[in-house]
Design a protein around this ligand. Structure first.
Ligand code: SF4
Ligand code: ZN
Length: 310
């Protein structure tokens, strides 16, 4: 078998980065990933000598586990820096329990405080029971807003200045195209990272936004980071699957497509946000959470399900 050498040293390569033509050994692969994540952290987090707390929304899957591991590795020894983690348990049988187990294991090994918040304790319903009540609607359409609300609540409870999400470059390029295809300009502009201060909303960061999904997996494996590799049983019904296929197809032709989509998004947002009128956040009439509407999407989803159950 032909063994390729690292483009930066004489060690054996474990990765070929098609988008820049580099073969990388384990050390140089880690160096590249960590360098890109450091750059994103510098862009997204303000350090002014004040105490900074970052809470990681840790599902136990590869992306959030690598996010926590890298934040701990890069910022863990910094003075005035506190890293915490929490898991949202949506109540998905056969999927979430193993993720939760992995999340706890990683936090114990890194010495990080970990808490759990569940749909059932917060809403009196599991995602499984919601899907049974309304089998027609795509499960992610309920799961997304209900989870986002608990992520904000939990980060707030942990006194976090920032909540870190494990979104990778594949997720980003798919979401950007999804919002374009739906013509949803407001959501496009509001995508994470959101580092402006808004009342009631913890600022969201995404340290892995320039790392490809396959690079996240390889980083987790080469660094022995425990993660849960099971798939959500509702995943096949997610709308983003079409966009995943499209973006992957485009990347076969041009390996830097995902980077190009992200770069395009950043440039548009940079130019637009200055002239774009900010939507004023109100408080949800039912739960008090920050929202653009009178009733937040989580509460209107719950109303919908409760009416169907009645
Ligand atoms: Fe929730 Fe959909 Fe993700 Fe499953 S695939 S965890 S239903 S958002
Ligand atoms: Zn609400």
């Amino acid at each position: 078998m032909l063994v390729m050498k690292c483009s930066k040293c004489s060690a054996e390569a474990i990765y070929y980065a098609k988008y820049n033509g580099l073969y990388l050994c384990r050390d140089h692969f880690n160096e590249m990933i960590e360098g890109r994540v450091k750059k994103e952290i510098r862009k997204q987090v303000e350090f002014h000598g004040d105490d900074v707390t970052i809470s990681v929304a840790l599902s136990g899957g590869k992306d959030s586990s690598v996010t926590l591991f890298l934040l701990h590795k890069i910022l863990g020894n910094r003075k005035n820096m506190k890293i915490k983690a929490f898991t949202v348990d949506e109540g998905i049988d056969g999927y979430r329990p193993s993720g939760l187990e992995s999340a706890k294991r990683l936090c114990t090994s890194l010495g990080i405080d970990h808490e759990t918040i569940s749909f059932y304790d917060s809403y009196g319903l599991t995602l499984d029971s919601i899907v049974k009540t309304n089998p027609v609607k795509i499960p992610c359409a309920y799961c997304g807003p209900l989870r986002r609300k608990l992520i904000n609540e939990m980060a707030d409870k942990q006194d976090a200045d920032y909540v870190a999400l494990g979104l990778n470059l594949d997720d980003y390029s798919q979401s950007i195209l999804m919002n374009v295809a739906k013509g949803d300009f407001d959501r496009f502009i509001r995508m994470s990272p959101q580092t402006d201060r808004k009342v009631g909303l913890v600022r969201r960061i995404a340290p892995l936004r320039t790392i490809l999904e396959k690079e996240v997996v390889l980083y987790a494996v080469t660094n022995d980071i425990p993660f849960d590799s099971s798939w959500c049983p509702y995943y096949s019904r997610a709308q983003r699957n079409v966009f995943r296929e499209v973006v992957n197809k485009l990347s076969e032709e041009n390996p830097s497509t995902k980077f190009a989509i992200l770069k395009f998004f950043d440039r548009v947002r940079e130019n637009i946000t200055t002239g774009h009128e900010e939507v004023k956040l109100k408080r949800c009439k039912i739960c008090g959470a920050p929202t653009e509407r009178d009733v937040c999407t989580a509460c209107s989803s719950l109303q919908e399900v409760n009416e169907m159950m009645a």
